[in-house]
Design a protein around this ligand. Sequence first.
Ligand code: AHR
Length: 516
Amino acid sequence: MRIKKLLLAVFICTFAYGSYSQSTATLFVQSDSGHQLISKNIYGMFSEHLGRDIYDGFWVGENSPIPNKDGIRLDIVNALRKINIPLLRWPGGCFADQYHWMDGIGPKNRRPQTVNTTWGNVTENNAFGTHEFMELCDLLGCKAYIAGNMGSGTVKEMSQWVEYLNSDLESSITKLRKENGRDEAWHVPFWGVGNESWGCGGNMTPEHYADLYRRYASFCHDYPGSPLKKVASGPNGDDIHWMEVLMKNIPHNLMWGVSLHYYTIPTGDWSHKGSATQFGENEYFGTLKRALEMDKVIDHQETVMDKYDPQKKVALAVDEWGVWTDAEPGTNPAFLYQQNSLRDALAAASTLNIFNNHSDRVKMANLAQTVNVLQSLVLTKGAQMVLTPTYYVFDMYKVHQDAMLLPIKLLSPDYVEGNDHIPSVNASASKDSAGVIHISLVNIDPSKTITVRTSFEGTQWQHINGTVLTSANFNDYNSFENPDKVKITNFSNARKEKDELVVNLPPKSVVVLELK
Ligand code: AHR
């Protein structure tokens, strides 16, 4: 009934005034009718042998003066534990299809030196391999998602890696693992079969990839106690043909999910992506507009998936996403090191709202790439570490992990820039196992406070708590000199008016509210 009233209001506003141009947004939360859990794996991360993500990032080596456990940097571990990262993808990215896992096991002084031809031709000493990655996941308390090498590796090689990780049966491969210091299988749950096989992973056609996938996936066995969720290398953004061929040609019992990669390029131009910190309102607007396009991209891919899988058994795994800018001046361009501002936090928060609202199909996502590369949560310089504005979004949004998605209807005023416009406000809502409702709201408009009036169907609540992430300028960021410029503070600009929740959402802000 209330939805009907809301739609009527939209209709009247649209036709009476041409567009809905006030500074008030209307939100309706169906708090009594959720039926879909938001998988915590939507809050997953991605790590790659690229620039300073692993080496001089997660991994500093056992002899480093920086506090570490077996070479793994502990301040990073502690920061990521705090936000409950559920899942870590590794070792790439494009690197995955040049990685031979046997190079990264056994005594470190006997591991071969190879060259990371994908990312800057640097020497890879293979100090960080399978055992180190699995220890990192243990320290983080998260699950592993491994991307197997299909581009330059054999079926046997991939099959044996799965065996090494997941089998407790007796064989030379499990004996080798034991000789290398690990008795029990790790039981890795998620397995990627290749990465970007339309590009760096082999430049394949979708038909060729689908055939190869069937063969490789058939030999990635489910060992006792280790059912493997296999993920096919899915489309680049809006490429629905790739998705169509995979959904048609790969038997669905052979794949748990299909991946999707979508990056937000501030200028929209890959040859000049834009600076991470020096940009004006036009580029700010363009970045947020492109980030919001994730919704359309998912819609398009979902339409194809629904055609072949109406019961939504195959997951969409957005296993690479984030804002990708030019590298910081003075750094190796192949290392993709970029700063990360309030703008990027707004893009991340909006994207996570999109994923939450699509959680019937999107069951996994991995932000690229956690430490020192692209839209990182953490940046390091020597012994110093800063948390980026994007880190704080993941901290605020962790309340949605494995909570029940609550359907919403949102009517937002537009944020207008030049001749273009996008909705100022986006949102998602969930109810956790204790019955607590969380609403995450983003106001993209850099200069207007938006009042959000929210009504609920079927829930009584009395108390509101809230946090907010904002700053004076949309390009503010946390530097090593000023690490706390952008951070979470308490939010008190929300009140109860009869049964309505009224929130004054500051310009360029992310707010998460808890209602009990
Ligand atoms: O994240 C950087 C690169 O972007 C990844 O290696 C690749 O998969 C994508 O093209």
